[in-house]
Design a binder for this molecule. Structure first.
Ligand SMILES: [Zn+2]
Length: 306
């Protein structure tokens, strides 16, 4: 009976736990390094705009959070997961880019006293798209889910590089150019060989090439990131992984897509027939149906200007 009771208690705990953290999954990557993995689909009232992967590092002097989530309440959910691991406060928040889920949770953590850090390119992208992002989130997450969310920009901005040490842990922030968005940067922990890539890397799901992206530059930025040979890689979307999966799901796809669209143009194809570009090699990636055609279209218009 006692065993049954504790089993029941465990089940209730497990259930309430999976309910309480919404759709975020906590994943330990290595000592003191964690990924928080959000849904692979779109923003919704259920996920509060947290349809991406975030991460944090516990140091002796506090927590560094990589990306604060897509809304104020989404940030709160992230904070709850951090508190399952440590009672140290979040002292620094890094925005790896300008997309909503990379920065619209800033206000929550700033209120707790955290410093917000981002590349200059990310901040200007955030400023340029603030209104669009609020409209988009209003449609997908809803007014209730958006409550409390304000546009809060970084209080520390860097151009190409920023290094700091917190406790004993060294952090290197690198901005190497436009990728999925104009301001995507990556974060390298040299002692741990850990790389946080933000939207430079997508695994498990198909990446999106949008009007805010530059696929040519993205390939170069990816190469710069990969040259560090990370042992652990926390992507912008999907679970924490290694470089070889990132190569397969992001780099190989980008290179393939650019080549396939180049060949299509060389063979006299025009935009109206773009769906003829065969991408089935990558149909194992989630969101393939929704994004493959759009990606080809975007790369087509990019190539026209290159
Ligand atoms: Zn993203």
């Amino acid at each position: 009976m006692k065993i049954l009771k504790s089993l029941l208690a465990f089940l209730i705990l497990a259930f309430s736990h999976s309910w309480a953290d919404g759709d975020l999954k906590l994943q330990q990557v290595t000592e003191d390094v964690y990924a928080i993995v959000g849904e692979l689909g779109n923003r919704s009232a259920g996920n509060l705009g947290n349809n991406a992967t975030f991460g944090f590092v516990v140091t002796t002097a506090g927590v560094v959070l990589i990306d604060p989530g897509g809304t104020y309440q989404g940030a709160q959910k992230i904070d709850l997961l951090i508190k399952e691991v440590t009672d140290k406060p979040v002292v620094k928040v890094i925005n790896t880019g300008g997309q909503d889920h990379r920065w619209l949770g800033n206000g929550y953590f700033q209120k707790q006293g955290a410093q917000i850090i981002a590349s200059a390119a990310a901040v200007s992208d955030q400023k340029a798209r603030t209104q669009d992002q609020f409209i988009g989130l209003g449609n997908l997450v809803g007014d209730e889910g958006l409550k409390g969310t304000d546009a809060v920009y970084a209080d520390k901005i860097f151009e190409q590089q920023l290094e700091f040490k917190l406790g004993d842990t060294r952090f290197e922030l690198h901005y190497a150019g436009q990728a999925h968005t104009p301001g995507d940067s990556f974060i390298w922990l040299p002692q741990k060989k850990v790389m946080f890539t933000g939207d430079i890397v997508y695994v498990e799901r198909m990446l999106g090439v949008g009007s805010q992206s530059n696929s040519k530059s993205w390939v170069r930025v990816y190469q710069t990131m990969a040259a560090y040979q990370p042992r652990y890689l926390i992507p912008g979307h999907g679970a924490a992984t290694n470089l070889s999966q990132a190569n397969k799901d992001t780099y190989d796809y980008l290179v393939f897509l650019r080549q396939a669209v180049t060949d299509f143009i060389d063979n006299g194809g025009d935009m109206t027939e773009i769906s003829n570009v065969n991408q089935s090699k990558f149909d194992y990636l989630l969101n393939f149906k929704m994004l493959a055609g759009r990606n080809a279209q975007q790369v087509f218009s990019e190539l026209e200007w290159e």
